[in-house]
Write a protein that binds this ligand. Structure first.
Ligand code: PHE
Length: 488
């Protein structure tokens, strides 16, 4: 609309002397006119010269007086012909208005400030301040002395007005040419391309944002950890089962059936299918015996082991259930040493808070070989954790039903300036390994940690619900940086 008007006007006239007047005459918005002029100027359809004008606009205070009268007139009108005590007059007016009005009215000699009464000195007053303000509001030019006075009272302020004077430019045409953006098959077939002008490439344009898939921070950290395990010669265990039997999750790990972790307050049990279909019977028999009466140098727990309890299906509470299955499979063949790892999801019936969810990911590593010692475990933990960037480690004796000895792993966090718990570890008990059929001198050293903990530290996330679950911000998933483990 504005573009047609401008180009059309220049076809018949030398110039547009003032874009402001031009906009007003043609009923156009001046901002629109300015934008079109800038664009036409860019394409050299027009030449444009800046016009800057200082104009006066009303301040907020000026606007209120233009609407309801100057303070001096308001004060004057509040004085009755017979006069009024000062205090009463004061009560009738807003304090600031009273203060300004009194000073101005006195200056104008409109009022008499007597000891008893305030009274009018003149019969009638004109509100020239209000009139002047209204004129400025309507864009009228007023006398310099009046401007000075209003400016002095901070009722008006300058504003720079920007506009243009416009003439035809070197590429002037009464209508803008449309540039083709793409060369199409149709243009080639019809030969139309010969007559077209093409838009120039803008090599500075940012381009479309890339909308591909995005990896979740947990996936990135998991990938890096997987690489570390693979570099250390570990094989990944198949963890593709969330549902596990109590047998593989607890009993085979020499975890007694009365153990509090097996309570439904800590573990999610399955309603359907509630029980497991099959278990290796001869092995189940050996597990039952080791719980009830021990063997292999152990006294066992000395209680009646219940098969129904072992049959119950649950959501696995640790990936150590998978490690157990793998060790059992290994025991069925002539022995070969192994290094296994897994990183997958586990479930616990926990109250959800800033650092806990009812499901999380567990990282687990184990080495099984003849004659391994606690020294080997400490050594491999130093190797593994220093690859994650945690080289200062400390160990604290701990307890797991399936490991002896057991150690909690602490790492010194430079950023936090303190020791933080980073994992749990131990050597699997003979009561767990020997019923599987592993040779007597085979030892298994193992450790586990959560994937969420290092991910939260690496990505500076304080609330686990910002990392995992339905409250996660998609922006975080789209924009999270690459994972750099072990590099500062
Ligand atoms: N399963 C243990 C846990 O849930 C981790 C662990 C794995 C501990 C292997 C010792 C050995 O915390």
């Amino acid at each position: 609309m504005a573009e047609e008007t401008i180009l059309g006007y220049l076809a018949k006239n030398q110039e547009i002397a003032d874009s402001g007047e031009f906009a007003a005459q043609h009923g156009l918005n001046h901002d629109d006119v300015v934008n079109v002029i800038k664009s036409l100027h860019g394409f050299r359809y027009v030449d444009a010269q800046d016009i800057k004008r200082e104009t006066w606009v009303l301040t907020d205070e000026g606007k209120t007086y233009a609407a309801s009268g100057s303070p001096e007139v308001q004060l004057f009108l509040a004085i009755p012909p017979e006069g009024i005590p000062l205090e009463e007059l004061q009560k009738k007016l807003d304090p600031l208005l009273f203060k300004i009005g009194r000073a101005q009215a006195a200056k104008n000699k409109w009022v008499e400030m007597g000891k008893q009464l305030v009274s009018r000195k003149v019969q009638h007053v004109d509100d020239t301040v209000k009139d002047l303000l209204l004129q400025i509001e309507r864009g009228k030019v007023i006398d310099q002395d009046d401007i000075k006075a209003l400016k002095g009272r901070k009722l008006i302020a300058t504003q720079t007005w920007n506009g243009y004077s416009v003439r035809k430019g070197p590429e002037y045409a009464p209508q803008r040419k449309k540039f083709a953006a793409d060369l199409t098959r149709e243009m080639l077939q019809s030969g139309e391309w010969k007559n077209l002008e093409f838009k120039e490439y803008n090599f500075n344009a940012k381009g479309q944002p890339i909308e591909g898939g995005h990896l979740h921070p947990l996936n990135k950290v998991r990938h890096q950890l997987r690489m570390i395990f693979l570099q250390m010669g570990f094989e990944e265990m198949p963890t593709d089962r969330f549902v596990e039997s109590s047998f593989w999750n607890f009993d085979a790990l020499f975890q007694p059936q009365q153990h509090p972790a097996r309570d439904s307050h800590d573990t999610f049990y399955m309603k359907v299918p509630a029980i497991t279909k099959e278990l290796p019977e001869d092995y189940v028999e050996r597990v039952k015996r080791v719980h009830e009466s021990g063997g292999y140098g152990s006294r066992g727990y000395e209680y009646d082991w219940n098969r129904d309890e072992a049959n119950k299906n649950l959501l696995r509470t640790h990936t150590t259930a998978i490690s157990t299955r793998m060790l059992y499979l290994l025991a069925q063949k002539p022995f070969t040493p192994k290094r296994y790892f897994s990183i997958d999801r586990v479930f616990r019936n926990e109250a959800v808070d800033r650092t806990h969810l009812a499901e999380f990911h567990q990282i687990e590593g184990l080495i099984c070989d003849r004659g391994l010692t606690l020294g080997d475990l400490i050594g491999v933990l130093h190797d593994f954790f220093s690859r994650l960037g945690m080289s200062k480690l400390r160990f604290k004796p701990a307890y797991n039903p399936y490991t002896e000895p057991s150690m909690e792993i602490f790492s010194y966090h430079e950023g936090f300036g303190k020791w933080v718990e980073v994992g749990n570890s131990g050597m699997f008990r003979p009561e767990m390994l020997l019923p599987m059929g592993l040779p007597e001198d085979v030892r298994v050293i193992a450790w586990g940690l959560s994937l969420e903990r290092p991910t939260m530290i690496l990505y500076g996330i304080n609330n686990i619900r910002d990392l995992f679950g339905h409250k996660v911000d998609l922006g975080l998933i789209k924009a999270n940086p690459i994972c750099r483990l072990g590099v500062d």
